[in-house]
Design a protein around this ligand. Structure first.
Ligand code: CMC
Length: 462
């Protein structure tokens, strides 16, 4: 395939549809005798795309891209990543500026509505979120059905999905007002549910939200206070928590966001879609990496063990990978990792040990990897999860809660993408195709002709 020059003559003019032939820029695909001019759609930033929507109808061919490494699955105006340069923008604003000067609720507003709020808009949004923080009282009973040692992510998948059983009046996806109510409910209630999952695992009473606290402080209050004594939220920790939420708020078409879009493309209700996103996030290649990264650092234990683990990461016969390293999109330092590293230092200076041996292991591991040919060649750099585990542990969370915190923060990104998709009048159900390499059509074989023992099935007949 090659980009055609605008006036270039196609080999087979019949193969070109009129509208595509008049597209200002096209890519030309030649298959045998036939040539297809495919429209190129312009991005405001980043790679343009070759629009292949009509390719199958015209040529009878599918395209093949199992991990979506060259495929834009949708058009979006929410988040931009330049993986080569290590740039992350939410609605055009650099993540560094939002983390430094903004806060999480403002970031939520920005992701959902496209612009930073005015003072009045901000006040109204804050009020609306604050007034939805409690969950239906019956949900307390729902929690009792789980084992106390259930992984909190398992609980989150279930209770977020169950919101659709509690809030029927905001599940009609075709009603913009109901979409709005569902949006606010989810952003407001997810910290309450996450804190309940944590408290349940400890066997402690659930703590009701406090509407006078900001979003991050309220979450820390629900996680760490107990009825027996007063709990004062440490503002340094609350600021760190808020920043962690900002860093995780969105990341364009990652696995969980794409899952939410795909689930939502069928018209499923928003609570069910977010539950699907949480399930996808759970895996160690995605949101589960923060838990895996901390477990890895603990396993390494001391700097002397680093070479052994680097060797394992490079060994193709060993499934071990350096957790918190590498990214599908970033082929440079993940910009969130830098901010996270600074946040880790701030939190450790406030509550933990600024000379935490794990921080030292992480720093040295990073240096060794960044200077190793294997990692340089493959452009493997620390990602957000490399330092987030250390930070979250210092904040007081057990490893099992790490991915839950990611899910809490990412909920707004999932909803923003879901809303964008639902509002698109050209929305279609997501339905990928496949390269089929299974058996060709064959006739049913009766049991009497399939052999009698193991290993002599129908393949051994005839
Ligand atoms: N340690 C060792 N080798 C690695 C690593 C790693 N962490 N990551 C990639 N590689 C190697 C991989 O073996 C392959 O080598 P080769 O070309 O010789 O076969 C090459 O680098 C390319 O890797 P890939 O698996 O084809 O890359 P991918 O884009 O499919 O995977 C990734 C991206 C994030 C799944 C992967 O880098 C990984 O498993 N990292 C560890 C898990 C992790 O930290 N995940 C968090 C991602 S950031 C948070 C989020 O967005 O969810």
């Amino acid at each position: 395939m090659s980009k055609s020059d605008k006036d270039g003559k196609p080999k087979n003019p019949e193969a070109i549809r009129k509208d595509e032939a008049t597209s200002p820029e096209t890519a030309r695909l030649t298959i045998g005798e036939n040539t297809y001019d495919l429209p190129i759609r312009k991005a405001t930033m980043g790679p343009d795309v070759i629009d292949i929507q009509n390719l199958y109808r015209r040529s009878g061919y599918f395209t093949f891209d199992p991990g979506y490494t060259s495929t834009a699955s949708c058009e979006s105006q929410i988040t931009f990543i330049d993986g080569e340069k290590g740039i992350l923008l939410y609605r055009g604003y650099p993540i560094e500026q939002l983390a430094e000067y903004g806060d999480y609720l403002e970031t939520c507003y920005l992701l959902l509505y496209g612009d930073l709020p005015t003072q009045a808009e901000r006040q109204r949004f804050d009020n609306e979120i604050t007034r939805h923080t409690m969950v239906h009282e019956q949900m307390r009973t729902f929690f009792q059905g789980f084992r106390r040692d259930a992984h909190p992510m398992a609980i989150m998948v279930a209770v977020v999905g169950a919101l659709s059983a509690f809030y029927h009046d905001s599940t009609d996806i075709n009603d913009p007002q109901q979409r709005e109510v569902a949006t606010r409910r989810m952003i407001a209630k997810i910290p309450t549910l996450a804190a309940m999952a944590y408290k349940y695992s400890l066997g402690q009473p659930f703590v009701y939200p406090r509407n006078d606290l900001d979003y991050a402080s309220n979450f820390l209050h629900m996680c760490f206070s107990v009825p027996a004594e007063e709990y004062k939220v440490n503002p340094v920790l609350a600021r760190a928590m808020d920043r962690i939420f900002i860093l995780h708020a969105d990341h364009e078409q990652n696995a969980s966001t794409s899952t939410v879009r795909l689930a939502g493309s069928s018209g499923a209700n928003p609570f069910a879609c977010i539950a699907a996103g949480i399930a996808s996030l759970w895996g160690p290649a995605h949101g589960g990496a923060n838990e895996a990264a901390l477990n890895m650092l603990e396993e390494i234990g001391t700097p002397e063990n680093i070479p052994k683990y680097i060797a394992r990461a490079k060994d193709k016969n060993d499934p071990f990978r350096l957790m918190g390293f590498g990214h599908r999109v970033y082929k440079n330092y993940d910009p969130r990792a830098r901010i996270m590293q600074r946040t880790a230092q701030e939190v450790l200076a406030e509550v933990g040990d600024p000379n935490d041996p794990l921080l030292e292991v992480a720093r040295q591991l990073e240096q060794v990897a960044l200077n190793d040919e294997y990692f340089i060649e493959r452009k493997l750099y620390p990602n957000i999860d490399f330092y987030s585990g250390i930070t979250l542990r210092a904040l007081g969370f057990p490893t099992s809660m790490f991915t839950v915190l990611f899910a809490l923060a990412r909920t707004v990104g999932w909803i923003a993408h879901w809303r964008e998709m639902i509002a698109d009048p050209k929305r279609k159900i997501g339905r990928p195709r496949q390269l089929y390499t299974g058996p060709v059509m064959r006739d049913y074989v009766p049991m009497s002709r399939r052999g009698t023992g193991l290993g002599e099935g129908i393949h051994n007949q005839d």
